[in-house]
Design a protein around this ligand. Structure first.
Ligand code: IPM
Ligand code: MG
Length: 362
């Protein structure tokens, strides 16, 4: 069965990094991977093309595809638009519309990049954490939300801004299952991160995770408050195997974890629904400051292709072919500028894509 991939480059460096990932897919296709690719506009590019950060045609394309490859969205030229028209809304909407509730964000340190981390090598060497972030609930989507004028106690008025942190037990249960399943395939350790000492929402989260844990007696489960988790991630990150957490805590912790590994330019992600249909994107943003200069790091996007092969297509062999090519390129000392170390060879975004392709075919 031919698999269809929706390719959504987006904004900023999105098009240049996605072009490198497409080169990798083209190699796999030439070698027999049965795929077709079709491009769509999203984010600011969607707004420019159709007045909507998630144009109807793009959503349709994504729905009828087996997987989505996304670059990045956002740029300063869109910051003044009404909130529903902003690029980020396109991203949030496609996650919600496709029901991509489980966001897998690995933080993996490549030994060649140990120097690029701001932490001591002994703290990060061998680091391999998987963060499972819930992606379609929490304050990101909870109602009510808004900014409105309210009366104050002294008879005046003032503006208030509000969002709602809310999780239904079914939402916690399904993401907890994904995290336990992943833990079973890794080190069998799962840390659930919340703020149950203060928030009812987190109290329920913990209760539900404990219920799900009964089906996974082999997994060693721990619970951590998010403030402590932020501290432990910097203090001794190797204590973690799999982390499961809500949308907003996961947003923050995954950026933090990404830096342990040296560069946010290295980290891929997968966002899955319950049938393993997924959207794959680098965890970094659209980096408008370097857009169009052919110097962005395409490796996170290329590694996102590996995750697509593994999680949506069940093609472990090709996933490893891509990951091994990335490792080989790093071992050759080839680097984009964000991960440059002494004595390395600094290359452009497109040259990095070519180097990965060469390593795949070598
Ligand atoms: C991420 C990003 C998004 C998020 C933004 C761009 C809406 O920070 O994917 O982590 O907050 O989820
Ligand atoms: Mg984020």
């Amino acid at each position: 069965m031919t698999k269809k991939i929706a390719v959504l480059p987006g904004d900023g460096i999105g098009p240049e990094i996605v072009a490198q990932a497409v080169k990798v897919l083209d190699v796999l296709k030439a070698d027999g991977l049965d795929i077709v690719m079709e491009e769509g506009a999203i984010g600011g590019a969607g707004y420019d093309a159709a007045g909507d950060p998630l144009p109807e045609a793009t959503l349709k394309l994504a729905r009828e595809s087996d997987a989505v490859l996304l670059g990045a969205v956002g740029g300063p030229q869109y910051d003044k638009l009404d909130r529903p028209l902003r690029p980020e809304r396109g991203l949030l909407r496609i996650r919600k519309e496709l029901n991509l509730f489980a966001n897998l964000r690995p933080a993996l340190l490549y030994p060649e990049l140990a120097e690029a981390s701001s932490l001591k090598p002994e703290v990060v060497s061998g680091l391999d954490i998987m963060i499972v972030r819930e992606l379609t609930g929490d304050v990101y989507f909870g109602q009510p939300r808004g900014i409105e004028v309210r009366a104050t106690a002294d008879g005046k008025t003032e503006r208030v801004g509000f969002n709602t942190m809310i999780y239904a037990e079914s939402e916690v249960r399904r993401v907890a299952r994904v995290a336990f399943d992943i833990a079973m395939k890794r080190g069998k350790k799962l840390c659930s991160v919340e703020k149950a000492n203060v928030l009812e929402c987190s109290e329920l989260w913990r209760e539900v995770v404990l219920e799900v844990a009964k089906d996974y007696p082999e997994v060693e489960l721990s619970h951590m408050y998010v403030d402590n988790a932020a501290m432990q991630l910097v203090k001794w990150p190797k204590q973690f195997d799999v982390i499961v957490t809500g949308n907003i805590f996961g947003d923050i912790l995954s950026d933090q974890a990404s830096m342990l590994s040296g560069s946010i330019g290295m980290l891929p992600s997968a966002s899955l629904d319950e049938h393993n249909k997924g959207m794959y994107e680098p965890i970094h943003g659209s980096a408008p400051d370097i857009a169009g200069q052919d110097k962005a790091n395409p490796l996170a996007t290329i590694l996102s292709v590996a995750m697509m092969l593994r999680y949506s297509f069940g093609d472990e062999a090709n996933a490893q072919r891509v990951e091994n090519a990335v490792k080989a390129v790093l071992a050759q000392g080839i680097r984009t500028v964000d991960i440059a170390t002494a004595g390395c060879q600094i290359v452009s975004c497109s040259a990095m894509g070519d180097a990965v392709v060469a390593a795949m075919c070598g």
